[in-house]
Design a protein around this ligand. Structure first.
Ligand code: IFM
Length: 470
């Protein structure tokens, strides 16, 4: 396990100073929040009518997840939700971004809503509002109902229409209280990791299918925006969350510059352009055509996909330096040994976030941005157990402070960034890495389900308060 539990003060290193609470560039009305997703925290996978998603199937496939972990219990949030909302209230942040489990709300992905499933989110929203926390609902954070995958999954156009129906069911029930909606979380991961690389559910390895999935996820988004807007009274805020790569060329050589263009095309512009500009980037379409891969666009699709949005969600963890690969058309990632890394071996590069936000502000003007995820896994040390236990996660605290400072710099350079959600509220099921990688600002002892705010949570609370002038 990546957690080191020691008796209070034994072997405790000399504490490093906490980062400054003053973060230039962040205004008093900046939104401070935390984020989670359904499969990563809820557990209760076969309760109250929920049916399996692709992640239940995938995580129960031997050998695909570290330690063969799965989300059957996770943080047991389904049963501990009121306590978790109290925890959020104690942190005093403005907003909480959660996702809904599609197969909990609409078992099998078709037909009427499962009222018991919707009741859970109904109660969650009420608990949040009662404590003055603004709910931000994400409709899809990767848990496609298994039956829809059996029917072909995201490479099939019909899945987009099924998603629109689901969006309408949820918006119809929660839309009187939820004002902030995110259609999809990181469609790159759903399409490329799920259907091309195969390290995420459903674990397929078929590039053509992955490109079809990209387009149908876009279509699902556009259709869902239309349904949300018709189901929810104004003022409603609807957006989508992408995790675009921030790509740098390893050198100024023509080959490396072209590698960077291609990596940016498939990692960022193939998502941003259709949704925010109503077209696929011509160079990306050309690159795909060279591989004999087509994007399955039908008449009218791009008009649906490019619905006006109220905000763009950006998830940022790392940037990429790339060079031309050994064969034409291939790119290779060039490690940067001078950069420190997290427990995921992800290079820490806050300037990449400034550069990404500045670029989005320049190339896609007019859409406010929220950082809907940023955070880091580190191997935490717990000093003392039980109620007196504490987690001095200075690396995570510094990571968050440096990335908030990077947002401040982007704002000063003109980027319209309005909020920041730390990933994650609590340690949880980190997909193919299971429970060993801890991203939480609240520690979870999985044996007892005890939650303990880490130093990073307390620092975030204090930083938010300092910026609100409290
Ligand atoms: O845990 C994930 C989350 O579900 C989506 N964005 C990245 C996080 C860290 O890998």
């Amino acid at each position: 396990m990546s957690i080191d539990v020691r008796p209070a003060d034994s072997g405790r290193p000399v504490p490093r100073p906490l980062p400054d609470l003053a973060l230039p560039g962040l205004p008093a009305d900046f939104v401070w929040g935390t984020a989670t997703s359904a499969y990563q925290i809820e557990g209760a996978v076969d309760i109250d009518g929920r049916t399996p998603s692709i992640w239940d199937t995938f995580s129960h496939t031997p050998g695909v997840i570290d330690n063969d972990d799965h989300g059957d219990v996770a943080c047991d949030h389904y049963h501990r939700m009121p306590q978790d909302v109290r925890l959020l209230a104690d942190l005093g942040l403005d907003a909480y971004r959660f996702s809904l489990s599609w197969p909990r709300v609409q078992p099998g992905g078709r037909g009427p809503a499962n009222e018991k499933g919707l009741d859970f989110y109904d109660r969650l929203v009420d608990e949040l509002l009662a404590k003055g926390i603004t709910p931000w609902a994400t409709l899809y954070h990767w848990d496609l109902p298994q039956e829809l995958e059996d029917a072909g999954g995201w490479p099939e156009r019909d899945t987009a229409h099924r998603f629109a129906d689901y969006a309408e069911l949820v918006a119809g029930r929660l839309g009187d209280r939820v004002r902030h909606w995110i259609t999809l979380n990181e469609p790159f991961c759903s399409a490329i990791l799920g259907y091309h690389i195969g390290c995420h559910a459903p674990g397929r390895k078929d590039f053509r299918a992955a490109v079809r999935a990209v387009h149908h996820l876009h279509l699902a988004h556009g259709l869902a925006v239309q349904r949300i807007r018709s189901a929810v009274p104004t003022p409603v805020q609807v957006g989508i969350t992408f995790n675009p790569s921030q790509v740098y060329a390893a050198s100024d050589s023509a080959a490396d510059l072209d590698a960077a263009r291609r990596a940016d095309g498939m990692g960022a512009r193939i998502y941003l352009d259709p949704v925010l500009r109503g077209q696929y980037p011509p160079d990306v379409v050309e690159d795909l055509a060279q591989l004999d891969v087509g994007v399955p666009v039908e008449a009218g699709d791009l008009d649906v996909i490019a619905q006006p949005l109220d905000f763009l969600g950006i998830n940022y963890y790392l940037s990429d330096v790339v060079a031309a690969g050994d064969e034409p058309g291939l790119t290779t990632r060039v490690p940067q040994p001078d950069r420190p890394v997290t427990a995921m071996s992800w290079e820490i590069h806050p300037q990449g976030l400034t550069d990404l936000l500045t670029r989005i502000g320049r190339d896609y003007p007019g859409t406010p941005v929220y950082i809907t995820e940023n955070g880091a896994a580190f191997d935490d040390s717990v000093y003392g157990t039980g109620a007196g236990g504490r987690i001095e996660d200075i690396d995570r605290t510094v990571y968050l402070a440096e990335h908030l400072a990077a947002v401040g710099r982007a704002r000063e350079a003109g980027a319209d960034v309005r909020g920041f959600f730390a990933w994650s509220l609590m340690d949880n099921f980190e997909w193919a890495y299971g429970y060993d990688k801890r991203f939480g600002i609240v520690h979870v002892d999985y044996a007892t389900q005890r939650r303990t705010p880490k130093q990073s949570a307390l620092w975030l609370r204090d930083a938010a308060n300092a910026h609100r002038g409290r």
